[in-house]
Design a protein around this ligand. Structure first.
Ligand code: MN
Length: 237
């Protein structure tokens, strides 16, 4: 290819690229995905050394993205996913047609749980509960340390994959529970989450291997109690 041909080729390629760009933009406007991966709001290395960079990266861009991608596929045939608030669906999965219900349970659950988890682990913020949340924890558990002990017990007792939670129940009281897979507290517990920890092996295996208890110990140091207090307020109203 001589120089003139090369220039022509470049010009043609750029024109094609521009045409493609404008048509894909138009397409994106018409068909924006129903669900998108929320940005973390902090770097993948921000929770080092407690939660390692490699785990954060694969957990966010691999695992969470997979739930989002599956949800967008489901949204093509389940209009409720686009028209109803996430927590309303999680609270009553029977509104989802039966042939899509397990998919929605796993993937909408996974999307909700992980979004909740990233926000709770925000670096910085309060390192201790305060105000109404502290008072409610002291009333229900005696102390923050006892609450942590109870959540860790639920987390290590969860056989296989799942989550451990501090929740506000229908009676507006705090309690600790575990859920399997990507089930959220809204489902069988009819409760709302204040604190939640992912105990799937993908959340800790790269750094802690099979030692779930070591991961839990490290994880608690990343909890932003300001966020937990905000969750508590929202769950209590
Ligand atoms: Mn996870």
């Amino acid at each position: 290819m001589n120089r003139r041909d090369a220039i022509k080729t470049i010009a043609a390629t750029s024109a094609a690229a521009m045409a493609l760009k404008s048509s894909s933009l138009a397409f994106a406007e018409e068909a924006a995905p129903a669900f998108t991966l929320p940005p973390l709001g902090y770097g993948y290395d921000a929770l080092e050394p407690h939660i390692d960079t490699a785990t954060m990266k694969v957990h966010h861009t691999g695992h969470h993205q997979a739930y989002v991608t599956a949800l967008n596929t489901l949204a093509g045939k389940v209009p409720e996913l686009k028209s109803k608030p996430i927590e309303e669906i999680l609270s009553d999965l029977t509104i989802i047609p039966e042939d899509s219900r397990t998919g929605v349970r796993n993937n909408l659950g996974g999307h909700f749980n992980h979004t909740f988890f990233w926000e709770l682990m925000t670096p910085g913020g309060a390192k201790e509960p305060a105000g109404d949340l502290k008072a409610a924890i002291d009333a229900a558990f005696g102390s923050k340390d006892k609450l942590i002990e109870d959540v860790n017990k639920a987390a290590t007792g969860r056989f296989g994959s799942g989550w451990a939670w501090l929740v506000v129940g229908k009676d507006k009281k705090l309690s600790v529970a575990a859920t399997p897979y990507q089930d959220t507290p809204h489902m069988e517990l009819a409760a709302k989450p204040v604190i939640g920890v992912d105990v799937w092996e993908h959340a800790y295996y790269l750094k802690h291997m099979n030692k779930r208890a070591d991961y839990l110990k490290a994880w608690w140091t990343t909890v932003n109690w300001d966020k937990a207090a905000e969750n508590f307020k929202k769950a209590s109203t």
